[in-house]
Structure formats: structure tokens, C-alpha cells
Design a protein. Structure first.
Length: 100
């Protein structure tokens, strides 16, 4: 869903529209679900800097596979069994790195 919106931002960028004009068009089409002003400006900066892709690039931080159905179920069951379970124990149970 968001990739489509980023592609629209790129489309307006390539057509010579400003970030403000693009934001207005996206607001009109998507309403409350439109990308934020910050997001539109961010993508305009990226495209001006030479970026062509609108897909996510590999980056540091939480792994994209951290929130899976199995992980959520496992954590939910652990918390129901022991409401005082430690975050460290939860992270260990799903082999997720935990930084204090």
C-alpha cells in the first residue's frame, strides 16, 4: 500500500511538481490516510539525491521478521502464563536481540 503512495510521490516529482503540490494531491485522494508532509518532503529529498527505488532499503534496527504471527502468539501465551515475565525472557523466547 505504501509503496504505491511512494510511487505516486515519485510520479509527481518526475512531473516537476513541488512537495507542497504533491501533498495537496495526495491529501485530496487519500484523505486522512495520505502520507505526512514530512514523508513527502523526505521522498523528494531522496529523489533529488539520485534515489530511484521506492522500496525499502536494508537498514539497521529491528528485523522485519520480528513481528510474526508465531512470535506474537508465543509472547501472548507467555504473558498470560506469567504477567511478571521479564522482557529479556520474552526476547530470548523468540531469539530476538534485546537492548536495554
Amino acid at each position: 500500500v505504501w509503496t504505491k503512495r511512494f510511487s505516486l510521490i515519485k510520479h509527481y516529482f518526475l512531473r516537476g511538481k513541488t512537495a507542497k503540490e504533491t501533498k495537496e494531491k495526495l491529501d485530496k485522494y487519500y484523505g486522512a490516510n495520505a502520507p505526512s508532509d514530512y514523508t513527502v518532503k523526505y521522498w523528494f529529498r531522496e529523489f533529488r539525491g539520485g534515489r530511484n527505488s521506492t522500496t525499502d532499503e536494508v537498514r539497521s534496527g529491528r528485523p522485519s521478521d520480528a513481528v510474526t504471527e508465531d512470535n506474537v502468539k508465543k509472547i501472548h501465551e507467555m504473558v498470560l502464563a506469567d504477567r511478571k515475565v521479564k522482557v529479556r525472557e520474552l526476547a530470548d523466547a523468540i531469539t530476538l536481540d534485546y537492548i536495554e
